[in-house]
Design a protein around this ligand. Structure first.
Ligand SMILES: [Ca+2]
Ligand SMILES: [Ca+2]
Length: 208
């Protein structure tokens, strides 16, 4: 009986040790493969990376009417070395109604795992740069950035990344029409609300 009891105890202790070991291994896996968020990051844009980099972003254009489910926007997304304005790769994509856009698959040979800046210029919007994004794979990571919504107003086709009288002139040219560049609010008509959206950023430059 004593021998049987000892065997049971051994089995129980072995099970406990195995469970503890599993928990430790799982915790280590989560630590090394789970989400890593910068302390300075918070807010509105999400970037997901992988190797080969499978990157998706979520953007939020400002001044939309209605404000939700109306986030469609043509985007040019550049991935740059930190602090550089020269794109390593440039991707044209379109954000859907909820602001989601895919950058497709970028081979690790074209974008070695590391830290990069992500620059986003939306149609009729000022460019925003989201710095120091970590695309080091090989697992998917989510990043939430601290920069605000994409500012509207750069409506003129010169796309000079600056909101001024040229952009006002372009909206005026299309008033009561439905030109997509001039329709900053994306409510289907060019009117005073589009001027109001532009005036929020009058004389503002986008990021380089
Ligand atoms: Ca402009
Ligand atoms: Ca409008």
């Amino acid at each position: 009986m004593e021998l049987l009891g000892r065997s049971h105890k051994l089995v129980i202790w072995f099970t406990v040790l195995l469970t503890l070991l599993s928990i430790i291994l799982l915790a280590f896996y989560e630590y090394t493969h789970g989400d890593v968020l910068s302390l300075t990051d918070q807010g509105t844009v999400t970037v997901t990376g992988d190797v080969p980099h499978i990157i998706s972003i979520n953007i939020k254009p400002e001044s939309r009417i209605p404000p939700t489910g109306n986030d469609q926007l043509s985007l040019v997304v550049e991935i740059r070395s930190p602090g550089s304005v020269i794109p390593i790769t440039s991707i044209n994509t379109i954000a859907n109604a909820t602001g989601d856009a895919s950058l497709g698959t970028i081979p690790a040979s074209a974008l070695p795992p590391g830290i990069y800046d992500v620059a986003i210029k939306g149609l009729s919007h000022l460019r925003k740069v989201y710095p120091n994004e970590n695309f080091d794979g090989p697992v998917i990571k989510n990043y939430t950035l601290s920069l605000p919504q994409l500012p509207a107003g750069d409506a003129n086709p010169t796309e000079d990344n600056y909101v001024n009288s040229l952009d006002i002139s372009y909206i005026t040219l299309h008033v009561y029409g439905n030109d997509i560049r001039a329709d900053l609010t994306r409510d289907g008509i060019i009117n005073s609300l589009d001027y109001a959206a532009l005036l929020r950023n009058l004389s503002s430059y986008g990021d380089n």
